[in-house]
Design a protein. Sequence first.
Length: 263
Amino acid sequence: MPLRVIPVLDVKDGCAVHAVGGDRAHYRPLTSVLHSDSDPVALARALHVQLRFCEVYLADLDAIAGAGPNLPLYHRLAELGLSAWVDAGVRDVSSLPPLLAAGVPTILVGLETVSGPEALRAIVETVGPEQLVFSLDLRNGTPLTAAQANWCVKEPGAIAEEALAFGVRRFLLLDLARVGLGRGIGTEPLLRHLALAGPDLEITVGGGISSGTELHSLDKAGASAVLVGSALHDGRIGSRELAQFGSEVPRGRPPGTPRSSSI
């Protein structure tokens, strides 16, 4: 099965924003070649209609910062026919009911916000490994953990192994310091290490993608999917580059079910 490309929408205060370096206080409204303004629903429609995407990764930045999830936006994405991966700042199992009630196909649990390893274990037991993606959030290669989290291990690979022991089978590797800069993801060694853990893992990478050439190299390194934001919105990656890769939810499984890796 080909590498999947999943477009990114970062939304803050109801507006799609250009994420750069993880410095959220300075994110500004997104300028995209796909649409004339930064309305997230209009941009999602453009991604679906113009580039034929059937999945979208939504970073609900207000929810990540502690506000409630933007449920109306999630419903609008579903109405467009998009299967949404939603990062709404899940902290523990108490964060799950509104997302589950809204029918969010894929729930992101970020290292940045989850309350600790036991909270992650409880979330996996509640949601199940098919609907959950654990985002191994880094900043310049260092794990980005919530203030109250008590992880006994500190290295990214060790945290990933602990998550594996809890039953996590879908991972996102994301170095926030590289987001929007077009300098590459910086997590290739971790990708290769994790790809060796088993053929049932789905490993998604993102942050800093700048060209179709990178997509080919990440495919060879064992990635199942790649998140792409800025390079889609400024036109560096378009329909010609995307034609070589998958952009739909894999057939034969519901949204959120892992594919088998070829590694």
